[in-house]
Design a protein around this ligand. Structure first.
Ligand code: AKG
Ligand code: FE2
Length: 224
């Protein structure tokens, strides 16, 4: 797909075309891949924030599981992350969270998805980093409904590895068909969190991204 759909910097009212594409893709086949989806100035700020957090030693090794069972499992995933919190003082975080809230409102209206909130983190996979096949929706707490990943890697090509491998048949899972998506600068991938097994293939260079989830209610999750 060749898209130039760039929400302008400082104006995160999402273009209707962008929103329509999201609704269409999530309805069927349940995922979409937008290239060059974000304004370059905004991408620079996200990279700047990630680098600043890394320099300040604020990235933490990402865990697997939830709540009390959350633990670092190096054999499953090797990224380090920084959660974007509303109380964060940086303008870029505020802008991003505002943008995500706008998408929540739209998805509630357009697809009647019972979304309540967004959670997201910047991520850095080191050289050789990977994330083994998984579903983003936890079995025990199925609040995550929709995944949205933004990639922040300039000049990334196939020789760098690090593809997102998205398995497109929920029944067959990792034994079924898949597509590979390069984590190219400004690309956005969106998919239904319960329906797509996926993994990050080993990256030959450090690999940067912003991964987040639109969530339903904790106590009354509705499967989409
Ligand atoms: O970065 C990616 O391509 C996928 C990351 C992922 O699957 C996750 O954080 O759950
Ligand atoms: Fe995932």
């Amino acid at each position: 797909m060749n898209d130039i759909l760039r929400p302008a910097m400082g104006d995160y009212s999402c273009p209707d075309e962008w929103l329509d594409r999201i609704a269409e893709g999530l309805s069927s086949p349940g995922f979409l891949h937008l290239k060059n989806a974000l304004h370059p100035d905004f991408l620079e700020k996200l990279v700047g924030l990630l680098e600043a957090k890394e320099d300040a030693d604020k990235l933490e090794r990402a865990g697997v599981g939830k709540g009390a069972s959350l633990e670092v499992r190096s054999e499953i995933r090797s990224d380090s992350i920084f959660w974007l919190e509303p109380e964060d003082s940086s303008a870029v975080t505020k802008e991003w969270l505002g943008f995500m809230n706008e998408i929540i409102s739209f998805l509630r209206r357009a697809l009647f998805l019972p979304l309540e909130s967004y959670e997201g983190h910047l991520a850095r996979y080191p050289e050789g980093g990977f994330y083994k096949p998984h579903l983003d929706q936890h079995r025990i707490s199925p609040t995550r409904q929709v995944t949205l990943i933004t990639y922040l890697n300039k000049d990334w090509d196939e020789s760098n590895g690090g593809q997102l491998r998205l398995y497109t048949d929920i029944e067959k899972g990792i034994h079924g068909p898949y597509i590979d998506i390069l984590p190219e600068y400004g690309s956005v991938v969106i998919f239904r969190s319960a329906d797509f097994w996926h993994e990050v293939l080993p990256a030959k260079q450090p690999r940067l991204s912003l991964t987040g989830w639109f969530r339903g209610r904790e106590d009354n999750p509705v499967l989409v």
